[in-house]
Design a protein. Structure first.
Lengths: 190, 315
């Protein structure tokens, strides 16, 4: 299969791929810049082969018929080729790798993060469109900003300005409510 | 990054939507694709050693980003102020609006692209790269990083590329069968949506002298039809019946209708305030009057035309 055109999904012909600047799709006429890298030509890896354990040889803890190739760096169990998990320069057995999430759960495996700073900011700002709701939203925004202050931010973002701004806006809204209620109470007493 | 130790450098290009945004970052040994939905970020890593190909195709794209929206709102406010306070400058602002609109249409039609990345197990669209100039910059940087890991070709790869499986296996089998996606460009729901949009554009240009004019009621009914059919378009896109272009157009149309409605309300309130009325102003039972009317009519007509183009665009 050749490289497909992004627009029509039809394969781009070889003579177009050989062009220096852009390949034109004969189906839809769209011009594509195509960059192919050597990884495309790597030999595909087949299924992991495990060898049967001979008599007297160390066998895998989970697969007693298979020869062990390493020992788990955490619990010491023998693991076969199939069971060995290489991670950060050490070999782990599947159970330790799964059970030790407190260690293994690192950024390498993280695929999403909740953005508490953005949440706090939106909760603080959005209700300003219908200001009476700020009586409820401002304490919530302040709580979210402070409660999750130490939680890690985005993988790629550095600053906590959203949390700071959310807390500042929430405090202003709370202050406004206190001032307004105090003003009305004092006015009523006079 | 203090918690990870991983240092990321941003690649050129960023998609800033009202709700969704996307960006690309390079780490020590991988490319990180970040898709954000305001409250949450989702990450995908593509290791440089695994990237098989990158394809950038020049296609027209109607992307309404937050900077474009901000400029549109600023122009709308400027037009309202000029219309009320400085009529002498009104023509200049219209000229600026026309020039910016023409520039945006040119960029959307001639300088936009889609970018797709292939590994042995995935085929990923990179939404942050949608303009040609950012695509070229990002590609140059990526090529450099990938070459450091994978090396470079010493012979012509184009001759043998069709003997290799690019991307995931199911993609190859799909290409072997028909090479087409199941989603279609138009359905009866999208036809209703476009027809109502076009009819609304025409009706907005007709004179509506009386607030109780039946044309105003028809316009309101058409707006309801537009909202209902837009929801239908979202459902059909979610079910894989309709292609994404029509969904984007529906989002753009809803934002436009909402923006115009608010602009009309704010304009009425400003008119009342400038006229010196201090009592609460009743929102009149009429739609799209004054300067908002030609803007609405032109915008709705443009959206309808874009929709017709999308409907009959080849798959």
């Amino acid at each position: 299969m050749s490289v497909p055109c992004n627009r029509c999904d039809r394969p781009l012909p070889k003579w177009e791929l050989g062009a220096q600047h852009a390949a034109t799709c004969p189906e839809c006429g769209a011009a594509s810049i195509v960059r192919v890298f050597p990884a495309l030509f790597y030999a595909p890896r087949g299924p992991v082969a495990t060898e049967a354990a001979a008599a007297g040889e160390a066998a895998c803890f989970d697969h007693p018929g298979k020869r062990a190739v390493a020992a788990c760096s955490r619990c010491g169990r023998f693991v076969c080729q199939l069971c060995s998990v290489e991670f950060k320069g050490a070999v782990w057995c599947p159970s330790c790798f799964t059970a030790g999430e407190y260690q293994a759960k690192t950024v390498e495996f993280e695929n999403s993060r909740t953005l508490y700073d953005s949440t706090a900011l939106i909760v603080a700002v959005a209700p300003l469109l219908a200001w009476p709701f700020t009586a409820i939203s401002a304490p919530i925004a302040l709580f979210v900003a402070l409660r999750y202050w130490n939680r890690p931010l985005s993988l790629v973002r550095r600053w906590r300005w959203r949390s700071v701004l959310a807390a500042a806006i929430a405090l202003c809204e709370i202050g406004g409510w206190i001032w307004g209620i105090a003003y009305l109470v004092l006015k009523a007493r006079r | 990054m203090a918690d990870t130790g991983q240092v990321y450098r941003k690649l050129p290009g960023r998609r800033r939507g009202v709700i969704f945004s996307a960006s690309l970052w390079t780490g020590a040994d991988h490319l990180l694709s970040v898709k954000s939905a305001r409250f949450q970020e989702q990450y995908k890593r593509f290791y440089f050693r695994d990237i098989q190909a990158i394809v950038i195709t020049r296609v027209p794209r109607l992307v309404v980003s937050t900077p474009v929206l901000a400029v549109a709102v600023a122009l709308l406010i400027a037009l309202s102020i000029m219309h009320l306070r400085l009529p002498a400058l009104n023509d200049w602002v219209w000229l600026l609006t026309a020039a910016l609109t023409a520039g945006w249409i040119y960029v959307a039609a001639a300088q936009s692209c889609t970018c797709r990345l292939y590994t042995a197990v995935s085929r990923e669209d990179l939404p942050s790269i949608y303009r040609m100039w950012t695509a070229r910059k990002a590609l140059a940087e990526l090529e450099r990083r990938i070459a450091q890991v994978q090396g470079i070709f010493t012979e012509d790869w184009a001759e043998t590329v069709d003997m290799r499986a690019l991307g995931p296996a199911e993609l190859a089998s799909r290409h072997a069968t028909d090479g087409r996606t199941a989603a279609v460009a138009r359905t009866w729901v999208s036809d209703i949506f476009l027809a109502s949009l076009f009819a609304d554009a025409v009706i907005a240009m007709l004179p509506m002298r009386s607030p109780m004019s039946w044309l105003a009621n028809v316009s309101v009914a058409l707006t309801v039809v537009q909202i209902a059919s837009a929801i239908g378009i979202f459902v059909q896109k979610y079910r894989g019946i309709l292609r994404i272009g029509m969904q984007r157009l529906a989002i753009a149309a809803l934002l436009f209708i909402g923006g115009i409605t608010y602009a009309q309300m704010i304009g009425d309130a400003m008119n009342a305030a400038l006229a010196g009325r201090r009592r609460p102003v009743a929102v009149p039972a009429r739609l799209r009057t004054g300067i908002v009317r030609p803007i609405y009519s032109g915008g709705a007509a443009l959206l309808a035309i874009a929709g017709f183009v999308l409907s009959f665009k080849p798959e």
